[in-house]
Design a protein around this ligand. Structure first.
Ligand code: OGA
Ligand code: NI
Length: 353
């Protein structure tokens, strides 16, 4: 990432970030105590379900506190991530993603065909993870993806695995509350995650001399069910406002130890558009590097994603044709790592006109 900017990083003028940050009220901050303490009173649980339901509807994004995840574990992972990325490129490339499995290190992701100003380390929550070999509908062959084993920093894999367990617990609780907020059984979503394709990503956004031209991650929607993001105190995540005002993007100011939650495309389809997946992006800055750790909750590869029957009826017919999650995932994997001239696969391709 030298002094002359590589054109691959340059965003089209309409997608470049505004450098003066406008601050709206910000996304809702929600206290998860009712699901993380023993014996909560029933009325606080009802209130939480309503709060999360309206955050999903109005924003698609919210932050949570009192989430039950160990702060020291999160700090350990953040430290380990810093040490990992501080290594030489040559050392990091020893655990590069490869043809047989996309988990590991890489610095060449393209979002909407523009290169992101970042480097990442991906780690699957299930090792091995079963996925289709190709995105072709008629190809039934499956393959196993596995994780890489970095030797540095010491204990890296164990810290990641311990943190994943915490993410799984939090994700389960959030999915239960979200189910209830849609009027479903708390455990309605559980079946989709018995096997799963979820993964955790360590992001490093180095300082960028061209914050007005490039983005850490270009505008995008998360394709899965739910994302749980830990950001550090630098800031840079911006969320697109659903309701038009005089501003388009709002900065998610770091709240110490909070998690940022957003619903992904699959939740949009399951809820038949009640809970829309919202566009977001990451601005970089010229002085500070930034670290973040998203956990992407993805269902099993053979999940047929479609609007839930309980949430559709004559007056609200299904708005999407079913699609196979594993095929969608492979499509995305094939397109995210090289610049292409066409849009990659999106849920609107399955929209019923
Ligand atoms: C992502 C993402 C936000 C961040 O990786 O999908 O939106 O703050 N990351 O790093
Ligand atoms: Ni995202």
């Amino acid at each position: 990432m030298g002094v002359d900017i590589d054109q691959a990083f340059v965003q089209d003028p309409q997608h470049r970030p505004g450098l003066s940050i406008t601050q709206a009220h910000g996304i809702p901050l929600i206290d998860l105590s009712p699901v993380t303490t023993t014996n909560p009173c029933p009325s606080s649980m009802d209130a939480l379900v309503k709060e999360i339901g309206s955050a999903c509807k109005e924003w698609g994004f919210f932050q949570v506190i009192n989430h039950g995840v160990s702060i020291s574990l999160r700090e350990n992972l953040q430290e380990a991530s810093k040490k990992f990325f501080a290594q030489s490129l040559e050392d990091k490339k020893k655990v590069s993603r490869d043809e047989t499995s996309p988990s590991g290190y890489y610095d060449t992701e393209h979002t909407k065909n523009v290169r992101d100003w970042k480097e990442v380390f991906d780690f699957l929550t299930k090792d091995p993870t079963l996925v289709p070999l190709t995105s072709h509908e008629s190809d039934d062959r499956l393959v196993q993806w596995t994780n890489k084993s970095p030797h540095y920093p010491p204990g890296f894999r164990d810290i990641i695995k311990e943190y994943i367990e915490e993410m799984e617990k939090l994700a389960r609780k959030l999915m239960e509350v979200i189910a209830m907020s849609l009027g479903l059984e708390a455990k309605r979503f559980e079946e989709f995650f018995k096997e799963q394709t979820s993964f955790i990503r360590l992001n490093h956004y180095p300082p960028c001399p061209y914050p007005h031209l490039a983005l850490g991650v270009g505008r995008h929607k998360d394709p899965g069910s739910l994302t749980i993001l830990a950001q550090d105190d630098v800031g840079g995540l911006e969320v697109k406002l659903k309701h038009k005002t005089d501003q388009e993007w709002v900065r998610v100011e770091p709240t110490p130890n909070a998690y940022i939650i957003n619903v992904g495309d699959i939740m949009q389809v399951w809820s038949n558009d009640a809970y829309e997946s919202v566009e977001h992006r990451v601005m970089v800055n010229s002085e500070k590097e930034r670290f973040s750790i998203p956990y992407f909750l993805f269902p099993a590869h053979d999940t047929e994603v479609k609007p839930l029957e309980e949430l559709t009826n004559e007056n609200n017919p299904p708005k999407y044709r079913p699609y196979k999650w594993g095929k969608f995932l492979i499509h995305r994997k094939d397109s995210n790592f090289q610049k292409q001239n066409v849009e990659n696969i999106q849920i609107h391709h399955f929209k019923i006109a």
